[in-house]
Design a protein around this ligand. Structure first.
Ligand SMILES: *[C@@H]1O[C@H](CO)[C@@H](O)[C@H](O)[C@H]1NC(C)=O
Length: 241
């Protein structure tokens, strides 16, 4: 019986070693504080921390299990008024920890599928739900192409008036995608436009892809948006790279 227990313990230890996840380090190079948030997809567990404050110049590592799929974003302009926490952009419901809640649009998204046992990872920066701040995803280690996914441009500064998202003081703090702004099926790739063939790029998605060629500009922008890396890399997400 004792031997059985040892074998089970060793098998479990081996399992822990093989199915290693990724460390994702969030780095804030913006000149202002951001509040990163994360949300796991339906088939994955929420991370142990789903939101925190990240002052300018600071970094924080987050452990992600494998397999895992989900997204990160950063809230801006957050404050605590009479005990109610809220943010100008990408709020997840009046709490520093998002606890499974998603983000308000417009928000730049950093999306990941972390595979286990040396499987392939997928990652991208997405402007499909609009943009709120520049960002990049840099793999560390790993094997395969492992290119940097990024949207380093400040799209807020170039945002067409009909897409602008302003804070209470009137500053442009986000840029809505055409889907978020207008909701038409041809912009949202919904209804009769729910396939790559029936949802081509539009002048609005081209505005985003001209600004950020290495990020998703609309839902079927897979060729531009999708990045892959194998061999269990770690990642750095940089805000304002
Ligand atoms: C896109 O096209 C629409 C309709 O033709 C036009 O009203 C709009 O100004 C254009 N937007 C951009 C960003 O070029």
């Amino acid at each position: 019986m004792a031997n059985t227990r040892v074998v089970i313990s060793l098998s479990f230890a081996f399992f822990l070693c093989v199915a290693h996840g990724a460390q994702i380090t969030l780095t804030n190079k913006c000149g202002y504080t951001v509040w990163p948030g994360s949300q796991a997809n339906a088939n994955s567990a929420q991370l142990s921390q789903t939101g925190f404050e990240l002052p300018s110049g600071q970094s924080k590592p987050v452990d992600v299990p494998a397999p895992w799929s989900g997204k990160f974003w950063a809230r801006t302009g957050c404050s605590n008024n009479n005990g109610v926490f809220s943010c100008a952009t990408a709020d997840c419901g009046n709490h520093v920890e998002c606890s499974g809640a998603g983000e308000a649009t417009p928000a730049s998204l950093m999306e990941f599928t972390i595979a286990s046992n040396g499987g392939q990872d997928f990652y991208d920066v997405s402007n499909v739900d609009g943009f709120n701040l520049p960002s990049s995803i840099t793999p560390q280690g790993g094997s395969g192409t492992c290119n940097v996914a990024s949207c380093p441009a400040n799209i807020n500064a170039a945002c067409p008036s009909e897409l602008q998202f302003k804070d209470s003081g009137g500053s442009v703090v986000g840029c809505k995608s055409a889907c978020v702004a207008f909701g038409n099926p041809e912009y949202c790739c919904s209804g009769d436009h729910n396939t790559p063939a029936t949802c081509p790029s539009t002048n609005y998605s081209q505005f985003f892809s001209n600004q950020c060629p290495n990020a998703y500009s609309y839902a079927y922008d897979d060729k531009r948006g999708t990045f892959t890396c194998s061999g269990s890399p770690n990642y750095v997400i940089t805000f304002c790279p």
